[in-house]
Design a protein around this ligand. Structure first.
Ligand SMILES: Cc1ncc(COP(=O)(O)O)c(C=O)c1O
Length: 412
C-alpha cells in the first residue's frame, strides 16, 4: 500500500505528507502514481489474453495529471459528458479511445461526439437513438453506437449508486432491446457495434454482474443472428473496493464472473472501471482547526476540510479511514472527525477511536481517490483544493488550489 507510516509519520510512497502539507497548504488531495499503475495492471492482468480494452471511467477522477498516468499504461476512457470528452482529448486520448455514456446527453454533446467519431456512443433510449441518427445524417456520417441495456438486476450496492434495476433511470429495458437494434441497423446514420451494461458502483457481490453479463451476451448473440454483427460487449464498471480493510472480491474474481459468458460469444470485451483503479491511490489531507470536548459529551476534531472536498460520507454515509499524519503517543478516544461546513452531515468519521491530537495537526482521509475531487464544490464559498501526484519518490502539484479570483471572475 502506498499510504503507510514510517515510524509515526504518514507517507505516500516514501514522501512525507506533512512535508507536502507545509508546502502546498491544506486541504489537498495526494495521489500515488505507483498505486495507479498497480491497480490498472491488476485489472488488465485479470482479463489475461482475452481481447479487452479498459476504458477508465473519468467520472471517478478526471484530473489531467492523473489521467495521463493511466493513458501511459494503455488505458482508454469512458466519458460521461461533453466536458469529460474535452478533458480526455486534452489528456492525449484520441476519439477511437473514447466511449461516451450518459443518461441525458444534449444535442451539443452528441454533435461533438459524432463529429469527433468516438469509438461508441452508449445510447440510453429510442429517443436518443433518433436524435443521434438525425445528427449523423446531417453530418453525412454514421455514428458507432451501442445500447445501454437495463437488465433489471439489483447490484446489491447503495441505492444511490445502483443503476441496473427497472426502477432506475438508466438504459433501455432488455425486452425492448432487440427490436431497437433492428430499427437502428435500418437507420443510415447509425452503426450498431456493441452492447453495454452497467449495473452500479461499489459492487462487492459479483453474482449480479455474472447474471447481467450472461443476459447481455445472450442478447448480443440474438442480435448477431438477426444479421447485425456486433464487435464488442461493454460490461461497464462497478467493481468495489474495501474502505474498511475487510476482504472484498478483487479483479481476478471480477474477471472470473465476466469471462465465462463473454468467451462463448467471442465478442471483444470493454470494461469501464473507475473506483477500482483510483480509490486507493488517493488521500485527502486537512488540518485540525479546533478541538471540542465537554464533560460527558463527545469529542470533536474539527478539520479545515469536509464535505465540500469529499462528499461521500455525507452523500452515501460512506466509510473512510481517517488517520493522523503525525501519530501522537497516548490512548485513543471515541471521536467524531468533522468538517467546517454548516451541515451536521459534514462528518468524515463518526464515533471512531482517534489518538491524542492538537490544533494544527495534519489528518488524512484514506481511499479518497475516487469520487472525491470530482465531486468537490464551492459550497460555503470554499475554494477547490490543490492536488498533488507522488511519483518515483518525487511530488508535484497537478492542480493548483483554486483562488477567490478564479471563482469571482465568473461573476458580475
Ligand atoms: C456507465 C458507467 N461506467 C462506469 C462507471 C464507473 O463505475 P466504478 O467507478 O464503480 O467502477 C460508472 C459509475 O457509476 C458508470 O455509470
Amino acid at each position: 500500500v502506498s499510504f503507510h507510516y514510517q515510524d509515526a509519520h504518514l507517507a505516500c510512497d516514501g514522501v512525507s505528507l506533512s512535508e507536502i502539507g507545509e508546502r502546498v497548504g491544506t486541504p489537498f488531495y495526494v495521489y500515488s502514481a505507483r498505486t495507479l499503475r498497480e491497480s490498472y495492471a491488476a485489472v488488465d492482468t485479470a482479463f489475461g489474453d482475452y481481447p479487452h480494452d479498459i476504458h477508465y471511467a473519468l467520472k471517478a477522477n478526471s484530473t489531467i495529471g492523473l489521467v495521463r498516468v493511466l493513458r501511459s499504461l494503455g488505458s482508454h476512457v469512458d466519458a460521461n459528458s461533453g466536458g469529460e470528452i474535452e478533458v480526455a482529448l486534452r489528456a492525449g486520448f484520441i476519439p477511437p479511445q473514447i466511449v461516451f455514456t450518459g443518461v441525458g446527453k444534449t444535442n451539443d454533446e452528441l454533435e461533438r461526439a459524432v463529429e469527433l467519431g468516438v469509438k461508441t456512443i452508449n445510447i440510453e433510449s429510442a429517443g436518443e437513438a433518433a436524435r443521434i441518427a438525425g445528427i449523423a445524417a446531417a453530418q453525412g456520417t454514421r455514428a458507432r453506437v451501442a445500447l445501454r441495456i437495463n437488465p433489471d438486476i439489483d447490484p446489491k450496492s447503495h441505492p444511490h449508486i445502483s443503476t441496473g434495476q427497472k426502477s432506475a433511470k438508466f438504459g433501455v429495458p432488455i425486452e425492448h432491446a432487440r427490436a431497437l437494434y433492428r430499427d437502428m441497423a435500418a437507420c443510415a446514420g447509425l452503426e450498431p457495434v456493441g452492447v453495454h451494461v452497467h449495473l452500479g458502483s461499489q459492487m462487492v457481490d459479483l453474482e449480479p454482474v455474472r447474471r447481467a453479463v450472461a443476459i447481455v451476451t445472450a442478447l448480443a448473440e440474438d442480435i448477431t443472428r438477426d444479421g447485425i454483427p456486433l464487435e464488442h460487449l461493454d460490461a461497464g464498471g462497478g467493481l468495489g473496493v474495501s474502505y474498511d480493510g475487510r476482504a472484498v472480491p478483487g479483479p481476478s474474481d471480477y474477471a472470473a464472473a465476466i469471462l465465462p459468458a463473454v468467451r462463448s460469444s467471442g465478442l471483444r470485451l470493454l470494461l469501464e472501471p473507475g473506483r477500482a483503479i483510483v480509490a486507493a491511490a488517493g488521500a485527502l489531507v486537512g488540518r485540525i482547526v479546533d478541538l471540542k470536548q465537554y464533560e460527558g459529551g463527545r469529542r470533536f476534531v474539527v478539520l479545515d476540510t469536509g464535505m465540500s472536498e469529499l462528499m461521500r460520507p455525507a452523500l452515501y454515509d460512506a466509510f473512510h479511514r481517517v488517520v493522523p499524519v503525525e501519530r501522537r503517543a497516548g490512548d485513543e478516544q471515541i471521536t467524531d472527525v468533522v468538517g467546517p461546513i454548516c451541515e451536521t452531515s459534514d462528518t468524515l468519521a463518526k464515533g471512531r477511536p482517534f489518538p491524542p491530537a492538537a490544533v494544527g495537526d495534519f489528518v488524512a482521509v484514506l481511499d479518497a481517490g475516487a469520487y472525491g475531487s470530482v465531486m468537490s464544490s464551492n459550497y460555503n464559498r470554499r475554494m477547490l483544493p490543490a492536488e498533488v501526484l507522488v511519483d518515483e519518490g518525487r511530488w508535484r502539484v497537478i492542480r493548483r488550489r483554486q483562488s477567490l479570483e478564479d471563482v469571482l471572475a465568473l461573476e458580475e
